[in-house]
Structures are given as C-alpha cells and as structure tokens.
Ligand binder design. Structure first.
Ligand SMILES: [Zn+2]
Length: 232
C-alpha cells in the first residue's frame, strides 16, 4: 500500500512579492582602505603601498601608456610605481592599493607658482636656478594648495590608454572609462574633503608627456547628480 505523508499546506507570498530582493547598499571605505559595494575589482599589490596616506587632499589623473589593464598591473608589481585605481577600456575599476596608504604615482612636482604665474618677488628666478629635485624639495615645504599634491597626500587614478608618439597623442578615454572616472571620483569626493579644484592632470603638475591626464575628468559638470549605488 502506498503510504503518503501530508506535509501541510504551504503558504507563500504573491508572485509579485517573490521577485529577487533588490537592496540599495551604501558605498563605503572599509577598515583596510578598500571601497565596498561599488562593484570595484580588488587586486591588492603590496609593493605599491609606501606608507600612511595623509589627507588625502587631492586626486591625480593618469594614463597608463599601455593597451591592457593586465600590462599596467604587471608594471605596478615589478616596479612598485602605480596608482590606487586603474580603469580598464570597458570601464571596470580595479583597486590595487589601500586608501590608507600612499602610492608612488606623482614623482617630482613642478613649482605651482611658475606653472600658474603666481610667484611673488624673486621666487621664480631662484626656483629656476634649481634642479627638478631642488624645485621639488623647495615646493614640499609649502602647505597644499600653495604647492601641487604629492605621492604622500594624493589618490592616483590611471586610465588604460596608449600613447602614440608618432602622432604625439594619447588614446582618448572610452565612454565607459569616462563614466567610471565620474563614478569613482564621486565616491572619493563623498568620502574625503576633495573637490573638482583638487583634481589634477599628471602632466600639468609634474614633468610628464603633455596630455597624459587630459580629457579624463570633465570637472564638476560631469559628475552624476546623485552618487550611483549598486543594486544587488
Ligand atoms: Zn602619470
């Protein structure tokens, strides 16, 4: 004889209430200095981290001078030079260092008053007698924003793009990269006391190939009105 068990009547929510739950979760920086809930890919590279990051008080925009994110990350691993974030051609954002640590991405800074025509008295003449290193050492005694940001107090963002020397140009950012730059910068503006005027192009503040940081970040107008939060 077939024996059956009555397992009881199941109750469930109407279909409309049984769709996958979508939760809005806040983006935040965790205790180890990584951005959570923003969909970033974490690829920590210990060699990039140089010591405690002060502030941070600024963001510096770079291009990688390569065609893939893998080649950029490989260079960070071997050289120890690189940024906190790298944005691939498809807009994927890689975080490679803690935001509690500085990375070596700026190098020698140029005198801000010379670049911007604001030197007072004979400072420009004196500065011009110094080597690049001497100018840098002179500048770092100043308090930001009298000088440009340095490794120890700024966040670095690289965008994967080639430099084409024969044509003296860089690959323009893809639409996905521009969107990701805006999204990442919105997160950083919210978390730190940093604004559009603290966001710099590497070649404008150092001695780098012209245009390296151009056209990546369009200023405050390019920011989303509200910080987009991922839906999980
Ligand atoms: Zn750079």
């Amino acid at each position: 004889m077939h024996k059956s068990f009555h397992v009881g009547r199941g109750y469930s929510s109407p279909a409309a209430e049984r769709q996958p739950v979508r939760l809005r979760v806040p983006v935040y920086i965790d205790d180890s200095g990584y951005v959570q809930n923003a969909g970033f890919m974490f690829k920590p590279i210990e060699k990039l981290e140089g010591g405690p990051l002060r502030g941070p008080i600024a963001i510096v925009m770079h291009r990688t001078a390569g065609s893939t994110v893998e080649s950029a990350l490989a260079a960070y691993r071997s050289s120890g030079y690189g940024t906190h974030f790298t944005i691939d051609k498809d807009g994927a954002i890689y975080q490679t260092a803690s935001l509690k640590q500085f990375t070596r991405h700026v190098g020698t800074i140029a005198p801000r008053c010379i670049r911007e025509g604001t030197c007072v008295g004979d400072e420009e003449r004196k500065l011009n007698l110094l080597s690049y290193k001497g100018k840098h050492d002179h500048e770092i005694r100043k308090t930001y924003p009298a000088r440009y940001p340095i490794n120890e107090d700024s966040i670095g963002i690289e965008v994967v793009a080639r430099h084409i020397p024969q044509e003296a140009r860089w690959d323009p950012a893809t639409g996905h990269q521009q969107e990701s730059v805006s999204r990442l910068i919105a997160v950083l503006f919210k978390e730190f006391n940093i604004t559009s005027s603290d966001t710099y192009e590497h070649d404008k503040i150092s001695y780098k190939t012209l245009g390296e940081g151009a056209g990546l970040y369009g200023g405050i107008d390019s920011l989303p009105v509200t910080l987009p939060e991922p839906i999980i």
